[in-house]
Design a binder for this molecule. Sequence first.
Ligand code: PNS
Length: 169
Amino acid sequence: MNAVFPGSFDPVTSGHMDVLTRASHMFEQVTVTVMHNARKQGHHLFSLDERLDILREATAALPNVRVDSFGGLLVDYVAQQERSVIVRGLRAVSDYEYELQIAHLNRQIGEVETVFIMAATQWSFVSSSMVKEIASYGGQIHEMVPPASEAALRRKFAEMYATKAGEAG
Ligand code: PNS
């Protein structure tokens, strides 16, 4: 059996890496898929290509993990893959309601199963959005993200501040 691990990954966190690594031990192949759709463009810090590059670097040591992207319905993507289920991580009860809804809808519209992996408790409070906020103020994010994400965040905010300083003259 194979798995698709979908998400925005803006950028990939240590919580994602925990779920992904554990999924890679359970499934023959895991495809991490950056789901991008036109409506959400502009809401991300990193471009699709940047998110894919970060993921490729972060997953390089996982032999049965590949990285891909898709811009449509998740169930259509999963249907193109061989013998695949969706894997999603759950951090806390607060994730449950949203995940329950999309898992049921994906089964209804695409007959696709979703398998949940509970993220390790040390990542319960880590999310891409919080990591971005902390990094934007120069805070410590070292343990919360893989090195590829940390380097990319530092670069991105350094560029943004340099541009702002340039504009301010
Ligand atoms: O990392 P995220 O943002 O929590 O991931 C959410 C994601 C990308 C998995 C979800 O929004 C999704 O599957 N989007 C693709 C469009 C789709 O299939 N929507 C219908 C779900 S019922």
